[in-house]
Design a protein around this ligand. Structure first.
Ligand SMILES: [Zn+2]
Ligand SMILES: [Zn+2]
Length: 151
């Protein structure tokens, strides 16, 4: 099974192969800020199953207040964030791909869980099998800025 996708301007085109390792919605403030929207949709694949066909990337790296390190690959031309890698043991070897970036049928995957429901927008009434207040991948938080707690 293969699925193709790409960015807003069309420069970046990619293909994924096989079943995703994990599919989730993320309502964390980082995803809200990264997308400028209410949540992120992460379709995780082993890095080796993601094939970039064309396009160039800018990387943006940041540290989360729960101890995560994230690197986002964005199209160099239009800025669409397409892939992200979390430097966490549980996600080793995996890359998140942007759930909205796939060609039709765009939403071919099944959402398995949502994370960071604590900062979920009140108009989000999506049914998900499992909901986590924060995340099963997070480390204990020492300090968080109010803008990153949200809600
Ligand atoms: Zn682009
Ligand atoms: Zn997130």
């Amino acid at each position: 099974m293969k699925h193709t996708g790409g960015c807003l301007c069309g420069d970046v085109r990619f293909e994924v192969e096989g079943e995703p390792s994990m599919v989730g919605l993320c309502h964390c403030r980082y995803c809200q800020l990264r997308t400028g929207s209410a949540f992120g949709i992460s379709i995780y694949f082993p890095t080796t199953k993601i094939n970039v066909i064309s396009g160039r990337f800018d990387k943006y790296a940041y540290d989360t207040s729960s101890g995560g390190k994230v690197v986002v690959d964005r199209c160099k031309t239009c800025g669409t964030s397409l892939f992200w890698e979390l430097k966490l043991e549980k996600l080793r070897g995996l890359k998140g791909t942007a759930g909205g970036s796939y060609d039709p049928p765009t939403f071919w995957y099944k959402i398995e869980h949502e994370v960071f429901a604590r900062s979920k927008a009140n108009f989000c009434t999506i049914d998900v099998p499992v909901s986590y207040t924060t995340s099963f991948t997070s480390l204990p938080v020492k300090h968080e800025e109010p803008r990153l707690i949200g809600g």
